[in-house]
Design a binder for this molecule. Structure first.
Ligand code: GDP
Ligand code: ZN
Length: 290
C-alpha cells in the first residue's frame, strides 16, 4: 500500500494511506534514520504477526533539515502586523532561507484586526516580487478561505517568529488539531516552548500542513555572498546586465540592479535588506578564511 509518513515517534512511523487512514508501521534496518515526515512509502500488512512494515521509500523532491521534512512544496512565511509588529528584514531572512532550498514561499500577514492604517507600504515592498501575499485575521476569519485554497493539495510548512499566530491558524484550518495556543505574554518568556513532534496535519480538502517549532533557527550561513542576489527573485532579470561579471550590486559602477532600484523597478526596501544580508554573509566569509 502507498502512503505518506505523517510523523515518527519512538521508532514507529505513522503512515497515512490514500484514504487518510493512519497506520502505525515499522522499518527494518539502517534506512530508518533516513526516513522523514513527508516521505512517500510502500508498506505491507503482515496479518500473522499483526505488523505493518515499510518496504520502500520513494525518491524525494527535497528535504528541509531543521526540522527534517521531505517533499515540501510551499513554505508559508508568516508575520503579524502587530504583537509582534511587522518586521520586513526578518521576513526577508525567512524568504532567503526558503529560496535557498528552492521551495516556493508565500507570505501571510496576520492580525489585520489590530491595525486601522493602510497596508500599502507592505504591498509596495513585495508587489514587484512574484510572491503571493495574504493579509489575514485568524481572529476575525478574514482572508482564510483564499489562503485555504492556495495551500490545498500541497505539503505546506508554516514558518515564522513566535507569537504571530501560527498555532491559531492551524487550529482554525484544522479544528481537530486542537494545538495549545500560548498567550502573548507566554510567548515572550523564553523556554516556555511546548515540545511538539513534527507532524503532517491533514487539510480538509487535501494536502498537509506542518507547524515547525524548529524553523526558528535562521541560519543562512550555507549561502555564499555571491549567491544572495539570486535569492531575491525580482533581481534576477537584471543580474547579467551589470558592467562587471562578478558584480556584488553594492559599490560597483554601472550596476543594473542599482539602476533598477533608482527607477523604482526594484523596491528600495528590498534592496536595503539585500545590502544588509550581503554584508553579513561577506563578514562571515572573511572570518572563515582568516
Ligand atoms: P504562534 O507562536 O505563532 O504559534 O502564535 P499563537 O497561535 O500561539 O498566537 C499568539 C497569540 O496571538 C495568541 O494570544 C493568539 O490568541 C493571538 N492571535 C492569533 N491570531 C490572532 C489574530 O488574528 N488577531 C489577534 N488580535 N490576535 C491573534
Ligand atoms: Zn550589479
Amino acid at each position: 500500500m502507498k502512503g505518506i509518513i505523517t510523523k515518527t515517534i519512538g521508532g514507529f512511523f505513522f503512515v497515512a494511506d490514500e484514504n487518510n487512514n493512519i497506520h502505525k508501521t515499522i522499518i527494518r534496518g539502517k534506512i530508518q534514520k533516513e526516513v522523514f515526515p513527508g516521505d512517500y512509502v510502500e508498506f505491507y500488512i503482515n496479518e500473522e504477526v499483526e505488523e505493518k512494515v515499510i518496504e520502500k521509500v520513494y525518491p524525494r523532491d527535497n528535504k528541509l533539515n531543521r526540522p527534517k521534512i521531505a517533499n515540501v512544496n510551499q513554505v508559508i512565511v508568516m508575520q503579524s502586523f502587530e504583537e509582534p509588529s511587522f518586521d520586513q528584514k526578518l521576513l526577508d531572512r525567512f524568504l532567503i532561507m526558503v529560496e535557498s532550498k528552492d521551495i516556493q514561499p508565500l507570505i501571510v500577514i496576520n492580525k489585520y484586526d489590530l491595525i486601522d492604517n493602510e497596508i500599502n507600504m507592505i504591498y509596495n515592498v513585495y508587489n514587484k516580487t512574484d510572491y503571493s501575499l495574504f493579509v489575514i485575521s485568524v481572529k476575525n476569519n478574514q482572508g482564510l478561505n483564499k489562503l485555504s485554497k492556495k495551500i490545498t493539495d500541497n505539503i505546506n510548512v508554516l514558518a515564522g517568529p513566535s507569537g504571530v499566530g501560527k498555532t491559531s491558524l492551524i487550529n482554525k484550518l484544522i479544528p481537530d488539531a486542537d494545538l495549545p495556543v500560548k498567550s502573548v505574554s507566554e510567548n515572550i518568556k523564553r523556554g516556555t516552548h511546548t515540545t511538539r513532534h513534527v507532524e503532517l496535519l491533514s487539510l480538509e480538502n487535501g494536502g498537509w500542513i506542518v507547524d515547525t517549532p524548529g524553523f526558528t533557527s535562521l541560519n543562512i550561513d550555507h549561502i555564499l555572498p555571491q549567491e544572495l542576489s539570486f535569492l531575491y527573485p525580482e533581481f534576477r532579470p537584471y543580474l547579467n546586465q551589470c558592467k562587471f561579471n562578478m558584480c556584488s550590486h553594492t559599490h560597483e559602477p554601472d550596476c543594473a540592479v542599482k539602476k533598477a532600484v533608482k527607477n523604482d523597478e526594484i523596491s528600495k526596501k528590498r534592496y536595503q535588506s539585500y545590502q544588509l544580508y550581503f554584508q553579513e554573509l561577506k563578514e562571515k566569509e572573511e572570518k572563515t578564511y582568516d
